[in-house]
Design a binder for this molecule. Structure first.
Ligand code: V47
Length: 398
């Protein structure tokens, strides 16, 4: 890495003082964050953010061998989270709820593969109790002891606490006891109460989301964080969201990675209102959100690109815009594909290695806690028995 940014070469003069701060490892202010969002000097932004990322991670890029599992799409917020295409009411067409055996069957896909993480999220089911999830985690750990469980968003944790009439702490403790490793970062959306009133009226508030993550961190459960961008939010809303994540991280240090999530408008009410189909964001916006996340969240170790949403090729380019972490093999993906994502559901392990190497970076397979698992890829690991374009496993109605 060269020791300095050539500030004079940055086309947007507003980036010059920010570049000086980045080089001095000084924290950016909210106004500077908003300026970063408004610049059209994308290459200048990339220069700053690549500097910050290389200082932290060198040329290492992490990825995981993981499998997403969605035990149910039934969600009591179905009619009020207007950006979501995944959720169904219990009796609605397409609603499903898996028995434990059905989930275990789907997880068998991982056997004989390098899979090290199950990423488990669903909906706020009115009848699935805490015991279902603790049995699920225990059953998966028994069958796949080497696999970490990253399960349930803060929204689901708060919902379980409500229906069990207990605290979020108790729910998290029970899940940890069953074998939970970490929490995914979903459900954060944008913390602004005005934005939430428009896109997710009855979802837990930003303060509640942050509280669940704080409690998880206190219990030694690391978590991820996200922001859903590309709908009704402003640059100021985004920066206020990032500020709150940064403040919590200052207190706890419990966030592992930040994942900006690109809104997809198909098959949901918000997309219809916006008159959008296909994609709502652009490649430019996607790269900016990665870059601003890396520069503003100076205390979160990793920034992840979610290739199912922005395509593997854009994820590859994001590696020059501050990103050091690529979503893994995934295997089955429902949330974005219901909302119109046109990517494959599964990215073969060696394709991830190829994309990272193709960007001149060094791939590192990691576990859920970002410990390196594998850095040599000459002896290809086995893939899940999944065929490109293959059907999702059969699901039974709710
Ligand atoms: O919270 C829902 C988003 C999230 C849409 O922690 C949508 O490693 C776009 O959080 N268009 C859940 N996004 C997924 C999530 C996640 C993904 C990958 C990795 C990790 C991690 C976490 O999906 C929801 C919401 O923000 N979402 N609907 C939509 N139409």
């Amino acid at each position: 890495m060269s020791g300095a940014i050539d500030v004079a070469r940055l086309r947007d003069p507003r980036l010059h003082p920010i570049a000086d701060k980045v080089m001095a490892s000084e924290r950016l202010t909210p106004d500077e964050g908003v300026a970063l969002y408004s610049t059209t000097d994308l290459l200048g932004l990339g220069t700053l953010t690549d500097f910050a990322n290389r200082r932290r991670n060198g040329d290492r890029v992490f990825f995981s061998a993981n499998q997403h599992i969605n035990p149910t799409n039934v969600c009591v917020l179905r009619n009020t989270c207007v950006f979501c295409s995944f959720a169904r009411m219990p009796k609605e067409d397409g609603a499903y709820t898996r028995s434990l055996d059905e989930v275990f069957h789907e997880a068998e896909q991982a056997r004989g593969t390098p899979t090290r993480e199950f990423h488990i999220v669903g909906g706020l089911h009115p009848k699935l109790r805490l015991g279902y999830y603790t049995d699920l985690i225990r059953g998966l750990k028994e069958r796949h002891p080497q696999v970490h469980i990253k399960a349930l968003t803060a929204v689901e944790i708060a919902h379980l606490a409500r229906i069990e009439k207990t605290s979020e702490r108790e729910v998290l403790l029970a899940m940890k006891d069953a074998g939970l490793t970490s929490l995914p970062g979903g459900g954060a959306e944008v913390f602004s109460s005005a934005v939430r009133a428009t896109i997710a009226e009855r979802k837990l508030t930003g303060e509640e989301w942050l509280r669940v993550h704080r409690v998880a961190h206190e219990l030694g459960i690391p978590t991820n964080c996200t922001m859903l961008y590309g709908h009704v939010e402003t640059a100021e809303d985004r920066i206020a969201h990032l500020e709150q994540l940064r403040a919590l991280q200052d207190d706890t240090g419990g966030f592992l990675t930040y994942i900006p999530l690109a809104y997809h408008p198909d098959h949901n009410e918000l997309g219809e209102e916006m008159g959008r189909v296909g994609t709502a964001t652009t490649g430019y916006e996607d790269l900016k959100n990665i870059a601003v996340g890396r520069l503003f969240l100076d205390n979160i170790p990793h920034v992840k690109t979610h290739w199912p949403m922005v395509t593997p090729f854009l994820s590859q380019i994001a590696l020059d815009f501050g990103c050091d972490d690529v979503e893994g093999t995934v295997v089955y993906e429902r949330i974005y594909h219901e909302a119109g994502a046109l990517t494959d559901m599964h990215l073969p392990y060696l394709e991830l290695v190829r994309l990272i190497r193709g960007a001149g970076k060094r791939p590192v397979e990691r576990d859920s806690l970002y410990r390196a698992v594998r850095e040599q890829f000459d002896d290809p690991p086995p893939e899940p028995s999944f065929r490109r374009g293959g059907a999702l496993p059969v699901v039974h109605a709710a």
